[in-house]
Design a protein around this ligand. Structure first.
Ligand SMILES: [Zn+2]
Length: 239
């Protein structure tokens, strides 16, 4: 069983890792949301016999071409083999290879298709792209994401774990914990407040970015692809 298939270029490394864990075929794939870097592996995994389970909005977005405005990028309609074979709308419980899994839709968050995957017996929570560990997150307004719902998803993740839970992230260091999740939520809330204040004062987007509303966090969080100016812009859009 796989949670997200990554990009097709990663296929050899994914197969090598999978074979080192278990020699059998990969029969099940769960998509945490529709984005290319998480669902691009759907086609080859499905061609090898994996059923694909996802939220119904992931299914919807993978059925047609998508434009992501803030990346200025058009994603072509993927092959039919990449389309989830089973969907759900709110929650789904299932047992795969003897493990119980609980899938839950966040509602709109990073996109409108994000789900969490909980494996209670192993005390694991997979947050998908609702959690970028130690780096500013992307928020995809083009397919239903927004900053306030990202904060709500972070709150839901914190409420769902204990200090012992293994928290799996969408980007940044992949294995995390409640303390890092809380630091991430605090960063989102603080920057949201800073940007909202500036916007309420009537500042334009450019003036808001120039006022550096993320400054206190940039040394730690601003070192990846979502740089301080882009993150300020993504927050500005939603407040
Ligand atoms: Zn994503």
């Amino acid at each position: 069983m796989f949670i997200d298939g990554g990009i097709t270029a990663s296929r050899p490394r994914i197969l090598e890792a999978a074979n080192s864990l278990s020699p059998g075929p990969i029969k099940h794939l769960i998509n945490t949301h529709w984005h290319f870097d998480h669902a691009d592996g759907n086609a080859w995994l499905n061609a090898q016999g994996a059923a694909i389970l996802a939220h119904e909005n992931t299914h919807k977005h993978l059925l047609s071409a998508q434009r992501v405005e803030d990346w200025d990028f058009n994603f072509p309609s993927p092959a039919l083999a990449a389309v989830p074979t089973e969907v759900f709308s709110s929650e789904k419980a299932l047992t795969l290879n003897g493990s119980n899994l609980a899938l839950k839709h966040y509602g709109p968050a990073h996109t409108d298709s994000d789900i969490s995957v909980t494996i209670p017996d192993a005390d694991i929570l997979h947050c998908g792209d609702t959690f970028w560990n130690g780096i500013y997150p992307f928020i995809d307004y083009s397919t239903g994401g927004n900053i306030d719902r990202m904060i709500k998803a972070a709150e839901a993740n914190i409420a769902a774990v204990t200090d012992k839970t293994i928290v799996i992230t969408g980007h940044g260091h992949p294995v995390s914990n409640k303390a890092e999740l809380s630091a991430y939520r605090d960063m989102l809330v603080a920057i949201r407040e800073n940007v909202a204040k500036l916007k309420q004062q009537g500042r334009s987007l450019d003036d808001t970015i120039a006022a550096k509303p993320t400054a206190a966090f940039d040394a730690k969080w601003g070192q990846f692809v979502i740089d301080p100016a882009l993150f300020a812009r993504l927050v500005f859009k939603g407040v």
